[in-house]
Design a binder for this molecule. Structure first.
Ligand SMILES: C[S@@+](CC[C@H](N)C(=O)[O-])C[C@H]1O[C@@H](n2cnc3c(N)ncnc32)[C@H](O)[C@@H]1O
Length: 266
């Protein structure tokens, strides 16, 4: 019996391998070929069986990632020859992950696919920093945006909609523009004392959070010399981090001393 070929677009969560779904783990362990990019953690790559081919399509020190059209071509070529292709993406494939573009390509070419959601950075990094996205009386909604502008284009965000003191703002890919973003939010009416945080390498042994305010976030981030990946959180919920931080306060020590990169609980 011939088994049909399929491409699985799989979210791996934000770094801690224990945030993988059971489905993602099963697919990785049964893959013929695994394609992955920069944000897929080393601990997760260790789960790929030795017999499976691995193809890296992320950024190589200073050089650009494999252009998306070349990744697309690679997927089509592999779909011709391999049975189970697992395309790993950090976080969730459908949140700033270009997973939908790859799924459209597969759909248009009549190639079977499945999407496996992963825990996105907005959810995982905030949980590990002790910041709830919503909290009764502090935030009744969340706005998730990218802080990255296309080359030579201004950052086009709806600043007045974003400057809502009753909603948490989560900014992906915002490191280069964080000063501009904070200034725009203040100009749009958000209080400059609004609690704000930057979280670097969330859910990993290298997690580092900086707690700040809207007016100081850019300078505090710069002084802490944070490097990508960094996610920013702005809103009253950030004030709970002092009470709810459980990871950097305690667990990260166990994580650093663990050989597997997996935190041992209890
Ligand atoms: C291209 S987007 C991919 C997002 C991914 N698909 C997700 O759902 O989390 C990359 C951005 O996600 C955020 N990010 C992803 N993983 C992170 C982590 N472990 N710590 C902090 N930020 C992270 C950063 O803002 C980074 O620049």
């Amino acid at each position: 019996m011939t088994q049909s070929r399929k491409v699985y677009l799989v979210g791996t969560g934000s770094g801690d391998p224990e945030l993988l779904t059971v489905k993602a783990l099963r697919l990785i362990q049964n893959a013929n070929v695994v394609i992955y990019d920069r944000l897929v953690s080393e601990a997760i790559l260790k789960l790929i069986p030795t017999g499976a081919s691995r193809i890296y399509v992320g950024k190589i020190s200073g050089k650009h990632s494999l252009p998306q059209d070349e990744i697309n071509q690679l997927l089509l070529t592999l779909a011709d020859t391999e049975r189970t292709i697992v395309r790993l993406k950090g976080g969730d494939p459908f949140v700033f992950g270009r997973g939908s573009e790859e799924a459209l390509l597969l759909s248009r070419n009549g190639i079977k696919f499945e999407i496996v959601p992963g825990i996105t950075a907005a959810s995982a990094c905030t949980a590990y920093a002790g910041i709830p996205l919503t909290h009764r009386g502090l935030a009744h909604g969340v706005q998730i945006v990218t802080g990255h502008a296309q080359a030579n284009q201004p950052l086009e965000l709806d600043w007045s909609a974003l400057a809502d003191k009753n909603k948490t703002i989560v900014i992906y890919m915002g490191l280069a523009n964080i000063s501009l973003i904070c200034n725009k939010l203040i100009l749009a009416g958000l209080d400059d004392n609004t609690p704000a945080a930057a979280i670097q390498n969330g859910t990993t042994a290298r997690q580092q959070s900086v707690l700040s305010t809207l007016s100081r976030l850019a300078v505090d981030t710069k002084n802490a010399m944070l490097q990508p990946p960094v996610i920013f959180v702005i809103g009253q919920v950030v004030s709970l981090a002092n009470s709810l931080d459980w990871f950097e306060a305690e667990e990260i020590q166990d994580y650093c001393s663990s050989e597997t990169g997996i935190i041992s609980h209890g």
